[in-house]
Design a protein around this ligand. Structure first.
Ligand SMILES: N[C@@H](CCC(=O)N[C@@H](CS)C(=O)NCC(=O)O)C(=O)O
Length: 208
């Protein structure tokens, strides 16, 4: 049987899915490519995912999945014993779904539109303002999420895929020092997750 192929890029959201696949024990071929750089890698990515985003997952039967949250939920269907997602009968599932969609639906787009602002507005004051407003929105969202998470994991005693998002995304702008100062609960969740050897191995591959 073919295995999964995870298309990703160093330091990107694909690291979240790489961690999840390792924790779930799902064999997977990793294809790293410079997702923004014109060339054969990006050409292939655009054929599979018209947004040109990573993670993009090729399933063993050749079907394509985009969107990290969808992929995480799928991995839970394949390997529920890994505990990536609380089961439907667990009360933690409500918080899980809320925060998962908050992170992916609200925080992630602040990077989509805030990382390279001139792509959306052309260079100049509008681009500068878009950078400021997306940064403000992101930091407000993280503060909100910080107030909602437990300890030592985002869901309290229970590990979940949320911890992987927080661990990877707290390394992105405004970065770990900002999280330590302004969102200590999220910084603590990331620190706890790093103790998992699968998480540590993926962090070493992506962020060294
Ligand atoms: N909603 C998507 C967002 C993925 C995403 O934006 N990935 C970034 C890399 S970390 C990307 O590919 N950016 C390129 C772009 O948006 O053009 C998900 O959750 O998978």
């Amino acid at each position: 049987m073919n295995e999964y192929e995870l298309i990703g890029s160093p330091g990107c959201g694909s690291a979240i899915i790489e961690m999840a696949m390792r924790i779930a024990g799902i064999p997977c071929r990793l294809t790293d490519l410079p997702y923004l750089e014109p060339g054969p890698g990006r050409d292939r990515l655009l054929k599979l995912n018209p947004l040109g985003q990573v993670p993009t997952l090729v399933l063993p039967d050749g079907r394509i999945m985009t969107e990290s949250a969808a992929i995480l939920l799928h991995l839970h269907d394949v390997a529920p014993q890994a505990g990536l997602v609380p089961s439907a009968s667990e009360p933690e599932r409500v918080t899980f779904l809320h925060l998962l969609l908050r992170i992916v639906g609200a925080v992630y787009p602040t990077f989509t539109f805030g990382d390279d602002t001139a792509k959306w507005t052309l260079a100049g004051p509008a681009a500068d303002r878009l950078r400021d407003t997306t940064t403000e929105r992101r930091t407000n969202l993280w503060r909100e999420i910080n107030a909602l998470v437990g300890a030592p994991h985002a869901l309290g005693e229970q590990f979940s895929g949320l911890d992987l998002y927080i661990t990877v995304m707290s390394r992105w702008w405004p970065g770990p020092d900002w999280f330590k100062e302004h969102c200590p609960a999220l910084a603590a969740v990331a620190l706890q997750a790093e103790k998992n050897p699968h998480v540590a191995a993926v962090l070493a591959r992506h962020f060294q």
